[in-house]
Design a protein around this ligand. Structure first.
Ligand SMILES: Nc1ncnc2c1ncn2[C@@H]1O[C@H](COP(=O)(O)OP(=O)(O)OP(=O)(O)O)[C@@H](O)[C@H]1O
Ligand SMILES: [Mg+2]
Length: 254
């Protein structure tokens, strides 16, 4: 089994969209029922990308209080990806869940292991921005962390904070692989192009060799509650995500 966390220090860079769209691209490559997504973000938005409209459906957040298995809160989506939503809990549910996560650093890892997924399953985990108990849980179980960045000054400014956090966390699990992924790249904008070049220079081979270009279809797909590979299979973002998937599978198998 491979576990991939999708993280960032800065909000709004495209973690949730990338988690959903990569899961869909991986399913297109690996076949149905091989890919699961877990929403570890209280925004509880990931299920929306897969057409799961019931906003009140229970998820991880309530699961923690009732001891259900991940399987019981997972939904099969119309896109052959299994989705575990964060859940629309109360503020008290969220606080209790975060307290549990803080006290039990290997909680998520144990839940995934108990779920009995096949050896060839891939699990993608969406996270909220910045350091948190959620990020620590993901670090404790991930094989690979994808760090999503925009090619802009605001994202560039967050790199030191991310690098410090990673250095701290790598002390406990040095084997966790990391790769920066540039999202919403716009090759027609000189500033965007320059910052992308600067990021390549600063981070070198730690930047994934392929980014995801800015493509309106990503926003539109979300509005239609579909992965972009289903909404616009021949568009730029779908093309980029398919190539990124080839790289991702190769990286996980290394
Ligand atoms: N490649 C892309 N091209 C165009 N728009 C994109 C692209 N990727 C993401 N977006 C848009 O950017 C916005 C933010 O994306 P998303 O919600 O996935 O970010 P996030 O990092 O998960 O945010 P948060 O930190 O709040 O969880 C959304 O409107 C999404 O549709
Ligand atoms: Mg998000």
């Amino acid at each position: 089994m491979s576990i991939v966390g999708v993280i960032s220090m800065k909000g709004g860079v495209g973690k949730t969209s990338t988690t959903a769209n990569l899961a869909s691209a991986l399913t297109a490559r690996l076949g149905p029922d091989r890919v699961s997504v877990i929403d570890l973000d209280p925004q509880n938005a990931l299920h929306w990308h897969f057409g799961l409209k019931d906003a009140a459906r229970p998820g991880l957040c309530q699961h923690a209080g009732h001891g259900n298995s991940l399987r019981e809160v997972a939904s099969q989506t119309p896109f052959d990806v299994t989705c575990v939503p964060y859940g629309a809990g109360t503020e008290a549910d969220r606080k209790a869940f975060e307290t549990l996560l803080a006290k039990t650093p290997g909680w998520l890892q144990e839940q995934i292991a108990r779920n009995g997924l096949d050896d060839n399953a891939v699990v993608l985990i969406d996270t909220p921005p910045g350091p948190s108990v959620y990020l620590e849980q993901v670090f404790a179980c991930a094989d690979l962390l994808l760090i999503v960045l925009l090619a802009d000054a605001a994202s560039y400014a967050t790199i030191p904070a991310m690098e410090t956090w990673l250095a701290d966390m790598h002390r406990t699990r040095p084997e966790v692989k990391t790769a920066y992924v540039l999202n919403q790249v716009n090759v027609l904008e000189p500033l965007n192009r320059d910052i992308a070049a600067l990021l390549q220079q600063r981070l070198g081979p730690r930047v994934a060799p392929l980014g995801i270009q800015y493509d309106e279809a990503v926003c539109e797909a979300m509005a239609f509650q579909q992965p972009v590979l289903v909404y616009d299979p021949h568009g730029q973002a779908s093309h980029d995500l398919s190539r990124l998937t080839t790289w991702l599978i190769h990286t996980l198998n290394q």
